[in-house]
Design a binder for this molecule. Structure first.
Ligand code: 4AD
Ligand code: MG
Length: 479
């Protein structure tokens, strides 16, 4: 008999049909004559209840069924009289596909801590929380591609192994086939990269932007959606060493166009989640409220679904870095020295505490900050007339801080070349990027959305390690 997925089965009303369902046991309760098995196959948050009348034939099988076991059940689709479900299955035949020894299976039908589940990442998909996150993640991948496809953007695959450092941050993972126990040296006593796989140093990419720009300067509107790697040693709840980034790049867009697109995209995908993931969002909302029930009322988060609707309702605030610094300098936490990093003067880099103050306390709305000091931003950003600032933009979100970073790009060959020189970036590794400014250069802009930060926001989870299936962080490479 063909298997029916639980998501489909729960919508059926043709009671009396014989069907087959397969899945993993969440819980089993048994009285003398009847057993109830909650079965889940991941197609939906919801379980289906399998009702088994205990008899001599199935008694032994039932004894071997515990949480975590996988089953194939043939049974009659039946209208349920129980609360919270419309459909159940009256089992006729149960086959155990794989047992799970209750002495060893780590996921018991009780609440486990997120820390514990991180150590069991190979099994945590089987919990409500992590299956809900996985489904929301999928829906967001789909919505992002749909958003760009509807607007005539082309998806470009940019390289994962690269010879350049896009962000100039220098926090890269080196890729090599050299024998680290016996590194070949040249006449000067330095590493002889001629003997390495590519004949020169190579790294994992920190961003697909530079290659994305090359494509945009021919195809007009492109986007990338790929893995990026950063070897920064930051053990925060918002940083991963391997994360996914969406990077659109558009010819003929200035910074305002860029900000419009970023706002439109964020609202589009949030609306998509509200329209398509309500079961999972409702569950995640309850989970968050449960998690925060011991907090004081004013420290609790806004209810998840209310929060998502709230983002859709109002335009984002747009202000310059210079205006933001004024607000922050005069803010209570700055004056009372409650910020960890006190804002003393113009030029200071903003920390997430400052970003969150602007969004959560001052404006109570997402904020797009523009025109940052050039000294704290990447070399490729368009220089403003004032000689001090660049056409950068960061989109700041409640709870997250920076969710998007982007800019208008410097399209002037001489200015870009001078900047590259000033920052001691080897021009020999950037010749191809510079050539696009020599041949048919145009104003263009783009940004990068950190995918996991978006998922953090959408799910109300608080640690980025819980919104990617297998997180990579310093000293952590299991699975
Ligand atoms: O601000 P970033 O570094 O910008 C770029 O990489 C540009 N090349 C993007 C562009 O203009 N095309 O990173 C973009 C976003 C951040 O706003 C943040 O959401 C996310 O990527 N991000 C991280 N997410 C998780 N872990 C990390 N270590 C991250 N670093 C950045
Ligand atoms: Mg940034």
């Amino acid at each position: 008999m063909r298997r029916t997925e639980i998501k489909i089965l729960l919508q059926r009303t043709d009671f009396g049909q014989l069907i087959n369902v397969k899945g993993w046991v969440r819980t089993k309760r048994a009285s003398k004559n009847v057993a109830f098995i909650a079965l889940n196959d991941g197609s939906t948050l919801k379980n289906v209840q399998v009702v088994v009348e205990i008899n001599d034939q199935n008694k032994d099988i039932l004894e071997r069924i515990h949480s975590g076991a996988s089953l194939s059940v043939d049974g009659i689709l039946t209208e349920s009289l129980g609360k919270g479900q419309k459909v159940e299955i009256n089992a006729k035949n149960i086959e155990i596909l794989g047992e799970a020894n209750p002495e060893e299976y780590p996921l018991q039908p009780k609440k486990h801590s997120l820390e514990f589940l991180r150590e069991k990442a190979h099994l945590r998909f089987r919990t409500n929380t992590f299956s809900a996150i996985a489904r929301v993640r999928h829906a967001m991948i789909f919505a992002i591609h749909q958003f760009f496809n509807e607007r005539n953007f082309y998806n470009i695959h940019t390289p994962i192994i690269t010879g350049s450092d896009a962000e100039g941050a220098g926090e890269m993972f080196q890729v090599t086939t050299l024998n680290l126990e016996n590194i070949p040296k040249n006449d000067e006593g330095k590493v002889d990269y001629k003997k390495d796989f590519f004949g020169k140093p190579a790294n994992l990419t920190v961003s697909g932007q530079l290659e994305g720009e090359l494509a945009a300067l021919a195809l007009s509107k492109i986007y990338t959606f790929g893995p990026t790697f950063r070897a920064e040693n930051s053990n925060t709840t918002r940083h991963l060493a391997e994360f996914w980034m969406i990077e659109p790049e558009m010819a003929f867009y200035d910074l305002d166009d860029n900000a419009d697109l970023a706002e439109e995209m964020l609202k589009y995908v949030i609306k998509y989640a509200l329209d398509n993931c309500m079961d999972d969002l409702e569950f995640l909302s309850k989970r968050q409220q449960e998690e925060e029930k011991n907090k004081k009322a004013d420290e609790r988060s806004m209810e998840l679904i209310e929060k998502l609707n709230f983002i859709l309702a109002e335009p984002f605030i747009r202000i310059t870095y210079t205006e933001a610094i004024k607000i922050l300098k005069n803010s209570k936490p700055n004056k009372k020295k409650r910020f960890q990093y006190i804002i003393e003067e113009w030029g200071a880099d903003l920390q997430s505490e400052h970003e969150r103050y602007l969004v959560e306390k001052h404006f109570k709305r997402p904020v797009i900050l523009t025109d940052y000091p050039s000294s704290i931003k990447a070399f490729y950003m368009k220089q403003n007339e004032d000689g001090k600032t660049v056409r950068a933009m960061d989109v700041l979100f409640p709870q997250i801080g920076e969710i998007i970073g982007g800019s208008q790009r410097e399209e002037n060959f001489e200015k870009l070349q001078a900047k590259i020189k000033a920052l001691n970036i080897p021009e020999s590794s950037m010749w191809w990027y510079l050539e696009t400014r020599k041949f048919g250069t145009v104003p263009h802009s783009g940004f990068g959305l950190g995918f996991e930060r978006l998922i953090l926001f959408l799910t109300g989870m608080t640690n980025i390690r819980d919104v990617i299936p297998f997180p990579r962080t310093p000293q952590n490479l299991e699975f």
